[in-house]
Write a protein that binds this ligand. Structure first.
Ligand code: UFG
Length: 336
């Protein structure tokens, strides 16, 4: 069975690609390498011994997408491609809406014309916004607080409407919590450009000596140690959730939403300590003021995905810290 991954060369896309190939799926990647590297494809080949079919296209381009569906017998699409930097989305909202919404519309139109009926969408827990309570459950009201999050939510609404109107269409919306870690081989991982915004890449770049020290954004939150709490999930566990989502889409019609998180919240200090312990490396840090837009505590209730997708996370925080470091030390400059 052939699956199309848009943005398949990215961090989550590449890990999902490996899991799909390992399970015997054929994979077609559509990527314009806007925020990813072509080297990923060789690495995927090294890990799996298998080739993927690449279309170097922009998924907004209907003619190119039509050509892909004409040439490849695709059974399901996992749509990862999209801009994802919160700060940039505030500065350039139109660019974010244009890219993140147009890609979905183009895919939906072309899929309908080519009778491709299974769509898995890469959404984000950021759609929940500031939670009234934790853990976050799928029925809770969305409250996105930045344009990036709103592009994800608009996509969810479009996909739900499309599934409501088309009895052949299956849509699975996946709200990711905080993916970290890397494939055990250390051949693929997260390769942010410039200074990382996210916690784990920042820590690994301190560990490798590229950055001097970690700044912890606030130690006066109402959490057990005052630092922000998040639901960190190993990217390989997250990737495996997509295989379950494909199976679900193939056997259910309509639109369904699932959280993909572990259900456990860890603070920034928990992460720093776990990283130090797992890798025997000291991470110097200072406490900085709170970062604008940050939330105190944010973690998933993953029970719906546990039950209905039969999906469970397997990796511990120690695994996540070890694998993040293994990737970074083998690739000090990412894919560059
Ligand atoms: N943090 C620091 N120092 C840093 C970076 C982060 O203290 O240098 C803290 C943050 O304040 C927060 C925690 O580490 O408490 C996690 O921050 P990240 O930036 O790694 O992740 P966020 O939860 O802020 O955001 C991430 C993605 C978003 C996505 C969201 C979904 O970056 O794109 O998860 O929940 F929308």
């Amino acid at each position: 069975m052939k699956i199309l991954l848009t943005g398949g060369a990215g961090y989550i896309g590449s890990h999902t690609c490996v899991e799909l190939l390992d399970q015997g799926y054929e994979v077609v990647i559509a990527d314009n390498f806007d925020n990813s590297s072509k080297k990923v494809l060789d690495r995927i080949k090294k890990i799996t011994g298998k080739n993927v079919i690449l279309y170097e296209i922009d998924v907004k381009d209907k003619m190119d997408v039509d050509k892909l569906f004409d040439e490849q017998k695709i059974e399901a699409v996992i749509h990862f491609a999209g801009f994802k930097a919160v700060g940039e989305s505030c500065a350039f909202p139109v660019k974010y809406y244009r890219n993140n919404v147009d890609t979905t519309l183009t895919l939906l139109e072309s899929m309908k014309e080519h009778n491709v009926n299974n769509f898995v969408f890469s959404s984000s827990a950021t759609v929940y916004g500031i939670p009234e309570s934790v853990p976050l459950q799928e029925w809770m009201k969305p409250g996105c607080i930045n344009p990036y999050g709103r592009t994800k939510y608009v996509n969810e609404l479009i996909l739900k409407d499309a599934a409501d109107a088309d009895e052949n269409l299956s849509v699975v919306l996946l709200r990711y919590f905080n993916p970290i870690g890397a494939h055990k081989s250390g051949l693929i991982g997260e390769s942010p450009s410039g200074i990382p915004n996210n916690l784990m890449p920042y820590i690994t770049q301190v560990a490798v000596g590229k950055l001097e020290q970690l700044g912890i954004f606030g130690d006066d939150y109402e959490t057990r140690d005052g630092t922000g709490v998040r639901d960190y999930i190993h990217v390989v566990d997250l990737a495996k959730g997509h295989l379950k989502a494909i199976e679900y889409a193939l056997s259910h019609k309509g639109c369904e939403l699932f959280n993909l998180g572990t259900g456990t919240g860890y603070s920034v200090l928990d992460i720093v300590k776990a990283f130090e312990k797992a890798n025997d490396i000291k991470i110097p840090y200072t406490i900085k003021p709170r970062r604008a837009g940050d939330i105190a505590e944010f973690y998933a209730d993953p029970k719906k995905a546990n039950k209905e997708l039969n999906w469970h996370t397997e990796n511990t925080l120690e695994d996540m810290c070890r694998d993040s470091w293994n990737w970074q030390k083998k690739n000090p400059n990412g894919y560059e």
